[in-house]
Design a protein around this ligand. Structure first.
Ligand SMILES: Nc1ncnc2c1ncn2[C@@H]1O[C@H](COP(=O)(O)OP(=O)(O)OP(=O)(O)O)[C@@H](O)[C@H]1O
Ligand SMILES: [Mg+2]
Length: 337
């Protein structure tokens, strides 16, 4: 099979500065190899196998690293985003990045970026997801992404967030390979993915990982019914070179585990709109906390506030710094062990 041609694009060492506001330098680069457009359809009383009536719809560029970039940009951080974008519907992403001052460093590929369907039932407060695997990427595309990440890491002293699933055609070692190249250039890596991609990424010792408890159970190969079980499994990740393992547990909050200490961050009682993307917002909050040089408890507090701000938000768009900081004061922090 001949590899798909990749339109020659200059490998940029910096995203176009026009997309970043004045005085913002790029502190964070998010990598989303398999983004999606989320097509959210509101269907009160949705029933499978029946005729349903939609009362609303919304289409929004997404994918974990795109969500992380949007949350960080909303907080005021300088962010660029890379990964693969299908040329056919790139315009929606381009408008999204421009509106949020996110530097666009995506590698363009032929065809469209996949669309995922989210059916929201406001009556039962349930969301039904229909996800597509995404378009196949070629060896040339993967080479272009590796080169781009290398170029973006060349300045050193940046955070990289590698997030979400891998597209068909990408080997499960992709995040491990990228982590090694980023770390070698003097930048730091957060990985938020699952399954084999996460398993292999750990061999490259990213600085931070944020599995949810289900992803950690899959990794550990056992159920983790108690907080002590979760803490044990998270400590095993530290032995592999991770500095901070944040394990999110939905409404139960999250454990933030380092070699020195463990804290349990508990979200305040809130009215939850949709929990979609709460984990992505938490990843953004962890990076914002690291950039601010916060200690473990303050990191846990800010990261939890990012996630709660995302899941209580009524309007579209990322929460502001002021909204997040107001929530942070209401996060409970308990030392563990
Ligand atoms: N129902 C909820 N009530 C209050 N807080 C919540 C709820 N769900 C999630 N959170 C907050 O969001 C954080 C991350 O949520 P969760 O563990 O669901 O992440 P995730 O499974 O990685 O989500 P994602 O779908 O974004 O990948 C939690 O640690 C908690 O602070
Ligand atoms: Mg998650």
């Amino acid at each position: 099979m001949t590899p798909e041609p990749v339109t020659p694009e200059p490998v940029i060492s910096e995203p176009a500065p026009v997309t970043l506001p004045e005085k913002r330098t790029v502190d964070v680069v998010t990598v989303t190899p398999n983004p999606a457009i989320d097509w959210t359809v509101t269907v009160p009383g949705f029933a499978a196998g029946a005729v349903n009536r939609a009362t609303g719809e919304r289409s929004q560029p997404a994918g974990k690293g795109v969500n992380v970039a949007a949350a960080l940009a909303g907080y005021g951080q300088g962010v660029a985003a890379t990964g693969f974008l299908g040329r056919d519907n790139a315009a929606a992403f381009e408008a999204f990045f421009a509106a949020r001052r996110i530097g666009d460093a995506f590698v363009r590929v032929d065809g469209p970026t996949r669309t995922g369907i989210k059916i929201v039932d406001p009556d039962r407060q349930e969301t039904t997801d229909v996800n597509f695997p995404g378009a196949m990427v070629s060896g040339d595309h993967l080479d272009a992404l590796r080169e781009r990440v290398k170029a973006l890491a060349a300045r050193g002293n940046r955070w990289f967030v590698l997030a979400g699933s891998l597209p068909p055609g990408a080997d499960a070692s992709l995040y491990a390979v990228l982590t090694r190249s980023i770390t070698a250039a003097g930048c730091r890596v957060v990985v938020d993915t699952s399954g084999d991609a996460l398993h292999q990424a750990l061999d490259a010792a990213p600085s931070i990982v944020k599995p949810n408890v289900h992803e950690l159970e899959a990794l550990a190969g056992r159920a983790l019914p108690s907080t002590a079980d979760v803490a044990d499994a998270a400590r095993a990740l530290l032995e592999r070179g991770v500095e901070l393992a944040a394990v999110s547990m939905g409404a139960e909050g999250a454990l933030f585990v380092t070699r020195e200490a463990i804290v349990h961050a508990r979200p305040p009682a809130v009215e939850v709109g949709s929990t979609v993307g709460a984990g992505d917002a938490m990843v953004a909050g962890i990076v914002a906390a690291r950039l601010a040089g916060l200690d473990l408890a303050a990191t846990a507090r800010l990261a939890t506030a990012f996630s709660v701000a995302a899941l209580t938000r009524k309007e579209p768009g990322a929460p502001s710094r002021a909204e997040i900081e107001a929530i942070a004061e209401r996060v409970g922090i308990d030392p563990v062990g």
